[in-house]
Design a protein around this ligand. Structure first.
Ligand code: ATR
Length: 308
């Protein structure tokens, strides 16, 4: 049959009526990303490039799925014989309880961004964590274990990043969140990684802080890498999560957001004289690791990178 591209954006309603909606789509859509918002996602670009490279006869599409549609959306994916899914904001944490099984590391992180369908079961994985580590090495030529890191956010993406920092034994980890309670909870879960003998003077090695200018200002001198793991910056009109005047030239700035190229946080970082990168590198590596999870073979990372 003639190739017919999948639509740019499907909805929950489309899933309910899937066979009819995709009657003319060839090859069939058997992978996708669920999110809200999700229209900006570049996952289809990299995944479809990988599928074509390996001559796997299926397509990857974008699905606008609201929080109250997630459980049924996953059920449809199973019934429609999908191979796998990616999950993004705001589904990564809730989805943990909506799948049939969760990989050990993902369970530890408390969030999943990848679902694989195996023998009719939905299995959850987290590829954000390792992808973050690879992205930081690629962008700044440093290892997490040598860094003092501040993570902005305590949601799904932040949990993966903070846990990876803990597992790699980073020098210091500070978690800032609008809802302090969630940052406190995350800190408690990571305590086991920070009991070692390293001494850093007067500042705590592991700490939750409030989302406030004074708290940011106090921390910056004792931080090397600041990571935005909130969705702030997804909208073109968003401010930088931390204003440029609070940043400093010694910092590395990493924004998990990649919408519109130079994000507000990246712009603020550069304005402050710091090195800064957006989330394309993390997107690429989490996608490559997801591909590997679904198909059990090496992802064509360079092909995927070129697709970006
Ligand atoms: P994801 O899966 O992408 O991590 P999430 O689990 O919904 O998405 O988490 C979003 C994170 O961004 C949370 O830490 C949230 O803070 P709260 O815990 O206080 O909700 C944070 N966040 C979202 N919008 C924000 C904003 N406008 N300013 C600051 N933090 C924000």
């Amino acid at each position: 049959m003639k190739k017919r591209q999948a639509s740019a954006l499907y909805t929950f309603g489309d899933l309910q009526n899937w066979r009819e909606v995709t009657r003319k789509v060839q090859p069939s859509v058997r992978l996708g990303v669920f999110g809200d918002p999700v229209a900006h996602s570049l996952s289809p670009k990299i995944q479809n490039a990988a599928l074509q490279h390996h001559k796997i006869d299926m397509q990857y599409a974008t699905f606008q799925i609201a929080p109250d549609e997630l459980a049924d959306g996953l059920r449809f994916a199973r019934e429609l014989d999908f191979v796998g899914l990616n999950l993004t904001v705001p589904h990564k944490i809730v989805a943990l309880d909506r799948v049939d099984g969760v990989d050990l590391t993902a369970r530890k992180i408390g969030a999943i961004n990848t679902v694989a369908l195996r023998e009719g079961k939905l299995l959850g994985f987290n590829t954000d964590a390792v992808a973050f580590s690879r992205a930081i090495r690629e962008e700044f030529a440093v290892d997490l274990r040598d860094l003092r890191v501040m993570v902005l956010g305590a949601g799904g993406a932040a949990r993966a990043i903070a846990t990876q920092c803990g597992m790699e034994g980073c020098e210091r980890l500070v978690i800032a969140n609008r809802t302090l309670e969630k940052a406190n909870q995350l800190v408690e879960q990571l305590r086991e990684y920070f009991v070692g003998p390293r001494v850093l003077g007067p500042v705590a090695r592991l700490q939750a802080i409030t989302w406030e200018e004074s708290a940011f200002r106090f921390q910056i001198a004792n931080i090397d890498l600041v990571v935005n793991a909130t969705p702030v910056g997804l909208n073109r009109t968003d401010p930088s999560p931390i204003p440029a005047r609070l940043l400093a030239p010694h910092l590395m700035i990493y924004d998990t957001v990649y919408a519109h190229g130079r994000t507000p946080f990246v712009t603020a970082g550069l304005e402050a004289g710091a090195r800064a990168a957006n989330g394309l590198s993390m997107l690429l590596h989490q996608g490559a690791l997801s591909f590997q999870t679904w198909f059990g073979r090496e992802a064509p990372v360079d092909v995927m990178r070129q697709a970006l």
